[in-house]
Design a binder for this molecule. Structure first.
Ligand SMILES: Cc1cc2nc3c(=O)[nH]c(=O)nc-3n(C[C@H](O)[C@H](O)[C@H](O)COP(=O)(O)OP(=O)(O)OC[C@H]3O[C@@H](n4cnc5c(N)ncnc54)[C@H](O)[C@@H]3O)c2cc1C
Length: 117
């Protein structure tokens, strides 16, 4: 079968790799000039199989002011005049509720279990 994989991040490339190993013809389509230039670019390399809670959680907002000044902070934010950045920030803040965080954790946990089986 000829399979088209959209996106050359870590997920697209590993998917393409295994499809190829399984004998399929694979074409990877990437909008950037190079591979892994978006989210996968800054991956910390942590193997976090058991970690399913999203960063956007109810306890995060009160910690943010302190985090933003620390050198070893888990969060870095460089404000820009960029509507996309502020839109993302707004959505992140809105996601920091118990309800949203619990829903995301449950969905991620279900996904982890189904991926592991
Ligand atoms: C700072 C940081 C640190 C992280 N550290 C860790 C860690 O330690 N451990 C861990 O497990 N996870 C970590 N993560 C999360 C992990 O990096 C991401 O979950 C993962 O990289 C997502 O990979 P992806 O292939 O799904 O997405 P991406 O890497 O974003 O790839 C998607 C690709 O699809 C392309 N694309 C999108 N739309 C189109 C289109 N229409 N046409 C063509 N191409 C398109 C994009 O250009 C992009 O290249 C980290 C994330 C960040 C931001």
């Amino acid at each position: 079968m000829h399979v088209i994989v959209l996106g050359a991040g870590v997920i697209g490339l590993t998917t393409a790799w295994y499809l190829r190993a399984d004998g399929h013809q694979v074409t990877v389509i990437e909008r950037n000039d190079d591979v892994a230039n978006e989210t996968s670019f800054a991956n910390g390399g942590q193997l976090s199989y058991s970690y399913v809670a999203p960063l956007a959680g109810p306890g995060v907002l009160s910690k943010l002011p302190n985090w933003l000044w620390r050198q070893d902070s888990p969060v870095r934010f460089h404000p820009r005049i960029d509507p996309q950045q502020w839109n993302w920030l707004l959505r992140f803040v809105r996601a920091c509720t118990h309800r949203q965080s619990e829903g995301s954790t449950r969905r991620l946990l279900r996904y982890r279990f189904s991926a592991a089986i």
